[in-house]
Design a protein around this ligand. Structure first.
Ligand code: M6R
Length: 607
């Protein structure tokens, strides 16, 4: 997830672009850059790190004169977060400059083809391949529009990009596929950006671009084309009436809510390039050459630890690999038992959690291999792992982690399928079924989220006076019960405890009374009857029960919350946001500071 902006108009472009990038910095801040054309030359400025490092580099008279240009703030996916890999990227002739948000999945094949034609590359990014491809296409096509249409037909993956040319000062081209891009239509000036706040101080007139559309614009006009035939497309201008502050949250009241609603996109991004429907396999090229472990030890904290517990179920049931899961702050002080063939998996959204990092350092000091599962590219966990799998959740701003867990779960599921296929312990039929459901998961979640939020809003007020909550689950839903309890605790300050439902009768049931409600994960699977009996025990003690379940399930409870049946383990991808929304709506109802709860920090870099 990166932020892009392009401007063409009557104002000095550089301050407009910098202002736009400031509002896009939430999308990533590994590096920043901008490029403009002046007197038939492209002027490029780039810097590693946050935007202010770029600002320090902006000097020279041409910086004041340019009235069009492109800018980028990066969240690294391909290549280290350094200046060389910072956008914009130029083609070999320094004729074209391009900024990009997304992932070009077939960039290695395209790069090999371009190298064969004599093209050379300066960065490790997939984006540079794209600009060089367009430059290459200009040898066979008479216009940039046509060269773009051909190039994009060669590209697999997701993109939102903006392009300028040394020979066409004042013109900008932009297109999107599965990454956001919005046109801002001003008076004597036009914009494209990844998000509306980037141009909201200048225009409230927006055009939402769709996949497969290309926009060509200058200061006075803009035209949208259908990329498949280059015919103009008629588009409607919409008026935005949000203020800048709320627009940074995309119109959502809190970052947490925005991030919950970003989960369908997270699933799409995580799965991009991973599912091979021709061979019915999953791709994890990052693990090529790494032997399948005989045992996996997972270490993590908080929400990432819960993801690890969930991962154990899928790794053991699909890949048939034994798994231990450890809270990193405990693991780091353990006596390690040497075990040939074991692999250590470090899970962390931030990649900077002190305990997780200490655990993996201890492992590596013993010469044992570590695989990192991490969201932030170039973070300590990533750099200090032997191999890394990046989750593609984008920057998570809310202290309460939501979309990062979704990305961890989907990557753990892919990992389990990958090792299952490597070990030949999954039938082609089961693999086909898993790939099929994974492919439709993002769409299913997207359609369910608004209804889920409404249901959470209906239920929460009835339970807002509770002093304490139990969250119960069995099997793969037990780790999610732990996560539901953690979310409620950290943002609503209601005490909550996640428990395996079968364990309740061994002590905690003593706490059940009408003021201590139970939130049960009672999905329709082979354990439903078991959890049904556990809930009867709660009911017999006059405990109130909310149950998240599937259609057709009969339970004696107070509140039924139905989600569609996706089967195990994929129901988890609906259970998780339901729990997040329940905690969120409870915190909002109680008037708590959702995005920055008391006593907490987003990244816990101390022991
Ligand atoms: O960045 P990490 O995934 O390593 O962070 C681990 C925990 O600190 C984190 O998940 C924390 O529990 C969150 N506040 C949960 O919402």
């Amino acid at each position: 997830m990166c932020g892009i902006i392009a401007y063409t108009g009557h104002r000095p472009a550089v301050p407009v672009i910098i202002q736009g990038l400031k509002s896009l910095e939430y999308r990533g801040y590994d590096s920043a850059g901008l490029c403009f054309c002046h007197l038939e030359r492209l002027h490029l400025f780039r810097a590693a790190g946050k935007l202010h490092f770029l600002e320090q580099k902006l000097e020279g008279p041409q910086v004041l004169h340019a009235t069009s240009g492109i800018g980028h703030t990066r969240w690294a996916t391909h290549g280290l977060p350094n200046e060389t890999n910072a956008h914009p990227h130029l083609d070999v002739h320094d004729n074209l400059a391009l900024v990009h948000n997304g992932i070009i999945e077939n960039y290695q094949q395209l790069k090999a083809m371009l190298i064969g034609t004599g093209c050379t590359f300066r960065s490790q990014t997939d984006t540079e391949v794209m600009v060089c491809l367009i430059s290459h296409a200009l040898n066979q096509h008479s216009s940039i529009r046509q060269a773009l249409a051909w190039s994009l037909s060669q590209v697999q993956g997701s993109y939102a990009f903006a392009l300028i040319s040394r020979n066409h000062e004042g013109k900008v081209w932009a297109a999107r596929k599965a990454s956001p891009l919005i046109l801002g239509a001003g008076t004597g000036e036009n914009f494209v950006a990844s998000d509306i706040p980037a141009f909201l101080p200048f225009t409230r007139n927006v055009v939402f671009l769709e996949d497969g559309e290309l926009v060509e614009m200058d200061a006075g006009q803009w035209t949208v084309y259908d990329l498949s035939n280059l015919e103009p497309v008629s588009k409607q201008i919409q008026r935005i009436d949000w203020d800048v502050q709320s627009a940074q949250k995309g119109g959502y009241k809190h970052f947490m809510l925005k991030e919950i609603f970003e989960q369908p996109q997270v699933l799409t991004d995580c799965l991009a390039g991973r599912l091979d429907f021709k061979k019915y396999r999953v791709n994890l090229s990052e693990l090529e050459g790494l032997p399948v472990p005989s045992r996996l030890h997972i270490m993590a904290c908080g929400t990432s630890y819960h993801a690890g517990l969930w991962g154990r179920y899928v790794l053991e049931s699909l890949a048939r690999i034994p798994v231990n899961v450890e809270i990193a702050s405990e693991f780091r002080y353990k006596e390690l038992v040497d075990e040939p063939g074991a692999l250590y998996l470090s899970i962390s959204q931030s990649g900077e959690t002190a305990d997780t990092l200490a655990g993996q350092r201890m492992v590596r000091e013993r010469g044992l291999p570590v695989l990192g599962l991490c969201n932030v590219v170039g973070s300590s966990v990533a750099r200090e792992s032997d191999r890394v799998l990046y989750t593609q959740a984008g920057p998570e701003i809310s202290v309460a982690s939501t979309k990062a867990m979704c990305s961890q779960l989907v990557m753990l599921y892919i990992l389990a399928l990958y090792w299952a296929q490597s070990r030949n312990v999954i039938t082609p039929r089961d693999m086909m079924a898993s790939l099929g459901t994974l492919e439709s998961l993002a769409f299913t979640l997207d359609t369910q989220l608004p209804g889920m939020q409404k249901r959470a809003q209906e239920i929460c007020p009835h339970y807002s006076k509770a002093q304490s909550f139990f969250f119960l689950g069995r099997g793969i839903y037990y780790p999610l019960a732990l996560e539901g309890a953690l979310k409620l605790k950290e943002i609503s300050y209601i005490h909550a405890q996640g428990y395996p439902a079968g364990e309740l009768k061994h002590g905690p049931i003593a706490l059940i009374e009408p003021e201590v409600p139970t939130f049960a994960l009672a999905l329709d699977n082979f354990l439903l009857d078991k959890i049904g009996s556990n809930l009867m025990e709660v009911r017999a003690r006059k405990g109130k029960i909310i149950a998240l379940t599937n259609p057709g399930v009969q339970l004696e409870i107070d509140e039924k919350w139905e989600i569609p049946q996706l089967g195990d383990p994929l129901n988890s991808f609906l259970v998780l946001p339901a729990l997040q929304l329940f905690a969120y709506e409870m915190a909002v109802y109680l008037g708590k500071d959702v995005d920055q709860p008391r006593n907490l920090a987003k990244s816990v870099t101390v022991e």
